[in-house]
Each structure stands twice: as structure tokens, then as C-alpha cells.
Design a protein around this ligand. Structure first.
Ligand SMILES: [Zn+2]
Ligand SMILES: [Zn+2]
Ligand SMILES: [Zn+2]
Ligand SMILES: [Zn+2]
Length: 558
């Protein structure tokens, strides 16, 4: 009943109504129980006023409620909504450009969790950016935008992003920083200081942001009551989440837009796929990865990025990416084109093909590699990024740098170790001849032409070739069968079993797989291996292998 009555209550007649409560309690035998009852009634009344959007009255009655007893934050939700409805927003200025929103329709400058200005922005591992307050207060265990787990830790603000926010929205940033300090003070239980700081924020907010003018005007409210309320507000988690109501989208002042603010300190170009490290520094994804090939440290502040490297995620910082694409669309288009051209160049499988100078490789034969040198880490990554998944393998040549012939290796899988090294499982592809040599970012490259066996067309000749093949195959089978069990098993482990006899020995430009398997497992000099690799006649190749087998079988106990 009292709730219905209170709806008609104005500020002026409120004190009388309050005095009637006091009379009631004075008459009662059980004071504390009565007070509890009144506390509830006053709270109900305050809430009813708040739901009717009567902010001034609601503030008054909440302060009365506080006199009767504690008010829990969850009892303030209607009140908080009422305050937020009364928030004033500043309209966009005439010289400002278009505002931008993220995929879910939020202002990109807002924290996806509390929907307030990002302020001291922190980019988490998934590439999404939150306000420092939300992260500090452990308000989210999963990213609101991509559901990825958010690990708590030392939150370092994003240097580039904060620099931009400071340039574009200095007042809002200042306010955010102060709110962070309020949080910090609350955490240290220094409530009095927290309250006065929070009061300052609310009272000073005249431009660039929302300000709660109603609270400011309420001079009739006792200061300590106001403080208690503020403290409750600060403690109310719901407060932040409700703030999205009645909000406009921010836009970047065009005269403060400068492409050089989005420059990667490693390549001095516009960020491409910007990633932000846990230490808060931003680089192009590729630039940072190349740095980490050499040492797992931030190139700017030298902080250890071992964990970051081990995750190997390098998620693009969504806010920066959006800003670049939106505000620097022309510069971005040029940068993207340059990147595409570079990718095309790196994808060419006949010109400037990356060459791994290491070991002999043969068509169809597996070749596991342990990659640890920075230049080869880069090479393997490029093979994967461009999608070619191939590179040339050559043995060393003291004069030329690497041999004249080699074999393409196709990457089947890459297993990255936490420190950035990797175990790369490859299998031999086409053979090639080197036409010219070059160097790219530390590793060798070559212009190449592929080698193919000359096909035998004459049927008599082909019949003789088939007979030779069958004879060599049988000889090899016997040799392998009679090999000491230790060697036999070693070969099985490294190169797999001897390939099956093929129905059509001319089916592929490389000829039957058994030849390459034999070349790989037979104990012969690399120069000899190289000469057989370069042959484009199956007959010659079979004859060479036959010679080796015959020689090996002539040695007792081989
Ligand atoms: Zn937030
Ligand atoms: Zn995310
Ligand atoms: Zn860069
Ligand atoms: Zn750093």
C-alpha cells in the first residue's frame, strides 16, 4: 500500500512521510524488527520511484534507506538504470567523419564487456580489446566476442591504441584512467579516497562524455549519503553492463587522422595484420614472427615473449585492423596490394624458389627435417602462408653454394616446438635443375626447371626396359631381405618399406618409386647419388643401381 502512495510523493512532502515512519518505530516494542520492516518499505518506495524515472526522489529515498541499514548492490539495479536513463550524451561535431561499429553493432571504441569507453585499452590473446578495468577486476573468463578463454595476468595497455585514444579522445581517456584508479583504491579498501575520486569524475564530466547532471544538482542530499551511494555504485558490477543505454557512436576527428600513427616500427610501413604482444606493443604479424625467429623477446621493450611464441596464435588486433580499413582505406589498399604482390612472388614455383641446403632428397621418399635456423623458420612459414607448401632441397656445393640438381620437398605436416623450432615432415616431389642462384632474406633461392624422364615409345625397347626393371627389383628385394636385421630395421624406420612393384614403370615423370627408395637407402657417396638424381633416362638409372647392388652383394657380410 505504501508503495502505491509513494508514487504520488513529491520531494517537498517526502520529509513528512519519513517522519511518520519514525513515529511508527518509536511506538513499537521491537525496535530492530520494526526498523527492518521500515528499511524494506523505504527501499520499495525508492525502487518504485526509480522505476518511474524520478531520480531526485529516488536518490532521497535510497539515502533514507541507507540510514536504516545496509543496501546491497543488487538492490540498486533499478536505481542504476534510472541514473543511466538520465545520462546526457554529447552529439557528434560537424567536422567529424563517419562513426564505426564492430560486427555486433558496438562502437569500436567501447569495451565489449562493459560497453564503456575503452580508455586504457588492453588487447588480449584472441585479438580483442577490453578496458583495463574489466580485466583487472577479472570480470570475464571468456571473450565476449569470440568465446575464447581470457587468461588473467599482468594487464599491459596497448601502446599504439592508447596513444590514438589519447590523441582523439583525451578527456574520455583521462576519465577512464581515473576510474581505474578508483578501482585500485577500492581494491586496497581505501574507500574514502575512492569516493572522492569518483565524485570528481562525475562532477567534472562536462564535455566529450556522458555526465550525470542530476546527481550533481542534488545539493539537498547529504554528502555522506551521496558518498555511500557512490560507493555502492562503484561496487555494483551491473552498473557497467547497463551503460550501453542511450549512447552515441564516437567518430575520429579527421584532422587528427595520421597514417604514421599506424606505422610498424619494424618495417616502417602501415600495419598489415597488426598483432599486439602481451607487453602491449604492436607490429605486423609477419614482422614480429621474423623477430621471434631470432630471439623470443619483444623487439621494442625486450620483454620475454616465450609464452606468446609458444601459443603461435598471433591474432590480429581487431580494433586497429578495423580502424585502418575504415579510416585509411586508400593506404590500406596499397599496403594490401604490396602484400599480395609479395605473396605472389613467394609462391612462384619456378622463379626464386626457396632452397633448403641440407641433404639429398628424392621423389616419393619421405624426408623429415628439424628446422631451427631463423632463415629456414622463415622459409617454412612462408611456404605454409603462401599455401605452396613446397621448397627445393639441394646438397651443399663448396663453390656454387648448392648443387646444380635438387628435389622439391612437399610439406606434409609441421610440428612446432614451443621455442619456435619445428619438425617438418616432407616427401619428395619433382626433381629440378638449377638455372640461376639467388638469396632472399638470408636463405638461398633459385630459378629452376623441372626434370622429367624421357619416355620410351618403342615397344621392343620398352620390353627390355621392363625386364631390366624386374631384374633390378628382384635383386634389390633379395639384398634388402638379407640385410643385417639392425640395418634392415633402421631403413624401415627412416624410409619405410621398399615400394611395391609398379604396373606401369613409365606412369610418372620420375619413374618407379623403388629406384628413389633404393638411392636413399643404399650406402653411396652423395656425388654419385646426385648424378643418378639428375638422369632423365630410367634405363641409365636402373643400370647404375644394378651396379651398386652387384657391388654390395659381392662384399661378404655387407
Ligand atoms: Zn570494460
Ligand atoms: Zn576474442
Ligand atoms: Zn611491419
Ligand atoms: Zn614490448
Amino acid at each position: 500500500m505504501s508503495t502505491t502512495m509513494s508514487l504520488q510523493t513529491s520531494v517537498e512532502d517526502a520529509p513528512e512521510e519519513r517522519s511518520s515512519f519514525f513515529i511508527g518505530t518509536a511506538d513499537s516494542d521491537n525496535v530492530s524488527e520494526e526498523e527492518g520492516h521500515h528499511h524494506q518499505l523505504v527501499l520499495q518506495k525508492a525502487n518504485a520511484l526509480a522505476s518511474e524515472n524520478c531520480l531526485r526522489e529516488a536518490i532521497y529515498w535510497f539515502s533514507v534507506a541507507l540510514r536504516y541499514g545496509p543496501v546491497r548492490p543488487e538492490q540498486l539495479s533499478t536505481f542504476v538504470e534510472c541514473i543511466l536513463r538520465n545520462f546526457k550524451t554529447i552529439a557528434a561535431g560537424p567536422e567529424e567523419s563517419a562513426q564505426i561499429r564492430d560486427n555486433s553493432g558496438n562502437d569500436v571504441f567501447d569495451c565489449p564487456n562493459c560497453h564503456n569507453f575503452l580508455g586504457e585499452a588492453v588487447t588480449v590473446a584472441c585479438g580483442h580489446t577490453y578496458c583495463k578495468r574489466c580485466l583487472q577486476r577479472r570480470l570475464l573468463s571468456k571473450c565476449k566476442l569470440c568465446r575464447e578463454a581470457v587468461k588473467g595476468g599482468e594487464e599491459k595497455v596497448s601502446v599504439v591504441l592508447c596513444g590514438l585514444l589519447d590523441k582523439w579522445f583525451p578527456d574520455e581517456l583521462k576519465k577512464s584512467k581515473t576510474l581505474c584508479e578508483v578501482d585500485e583504491l577500492c581494491r586496497r579498501k581505501r574507500y574514502q579516497e575512492a569516493v572522492s575520486l569518483a565524485t570528481n569524475v562525475i562532477q567534472s564530466g562536462n564535455d566529450g562524455a556522458q555526465n550525470c547532471n542530476c546527481i550533481r544538482d542534488n545539493s539537498f542530499v547529504n554528502k555522506t549519503e551521496m558518498h555511500s551511494l557512490l560507493l555502492c555504485l562503484v561496487a555494483t558490477k551491473g552498473f557497467k553492463q547497463q551503460a550501453a543505454i542511450a549512447k552515441t557512436y564516437r567518430s575520429v576527428p579527421v584532422d587528427l587522422l595520421d597514417a604514421s600513427d599506424f606505422e610498424c616500427s619494424l618495417c616502417m610501413r602501415l600495419f598489415f595484420e597488426p598483432v599486439t604482444t602481451p607487453c602491449g606493443h604492436t607490429f605486423c604479424k609477419n614482422c614480429l614472427e621474423r623477430c621471434l625467429d631470432h630471439t623470443p623477446q619483444c623487439p621494442l621493450c625486450k620483454e620475454s615473449l616465450k609464452e606468446y611464441l609458444a601459443c603461435r596464435k598471433y591474432m590480429v588486433t581487431a580494433v586497429l585492423d578495423t580502424l585502418i580499413k575504415q579510416y585509411l582505406s586508400q593506404e590500406y589498399a596499397e599496403r594490401a596490394k604490396a602484400h599480395l604482390d609479395e605473396t605472389k612472388e613467394l609462391s612462384d614455383l619456378s622463379k626464386n624458389v626457396p632452397i633448403f641446403v641440407c641433404t639429398m632428397a628424392y621423389p616419393t621418399v619421405p624426408c623429415p627435417l628439424h628446422v631451427f635456423e631463423p632463415r629456414y623458420r622463415l622459409m617454412i612459414r612462408r611456404c605454409m602462408d603462401t599455401g605452396t607448401r613446397q621448397f627445393g632441397m639441394c646438397i651443399n656445393d663448396p663453390q656454387k653454394g648448392f648443387a646444380d640438381y635438387g628435389c622439391m620437398l612437399i610439406i606434409r605436416s609441421v610440428h612446432f616446438l614451443p621455442d619456435g623450432r619445428s619438425v617438418v615432415d616432407t616427401i619428395g616431389g619433382k626433381r629440378f635443375r638449377v638455372l640461376s642462384r639467388g638469396v632472399k632474406d638470408g636463405y638461398r633461392t633459385a630459378d629452376i626447371e623441372h626434370l622429367e624422364d624421357t619416355k620410351v615409345e618403342d615397344s621392343d625397347e620398352l620390353e627390355r626396359l621392363q625386364e631390366l626393371h624386374d631384374a633390378v627389383y628382384e635383386q634389390a628385394r633379395v639384398w634388402f631381405q638379407n640385410l643385417k636385421i639392425r640395418f634392415h630395421n633402421q631403413i624401415l624406420q627412416h624410409f619405410g618399406p621398399m615400394p611395391e612393384r609398379e604396373a606401369d614403370i613409365q606412369a610418372t615423370p620420375n619413374g618407379p618409386a623403388c629406384c628413389w627408395w633404393l638411392l636413399a637407402v643404399l650406402p653411396i657417396d652423395p656425388r654419385y647419388q646426385l648424378s643418378v638424381l639428375s638422369m632423365t633416362s630410367l634405363k641409365e638409372r636402373l643400370v647404375k643401381i644394378q651396379h651398386i647392388l652387384t657391388y654390395l652383394q659381392s662384399i661378404p657380410n655387407n
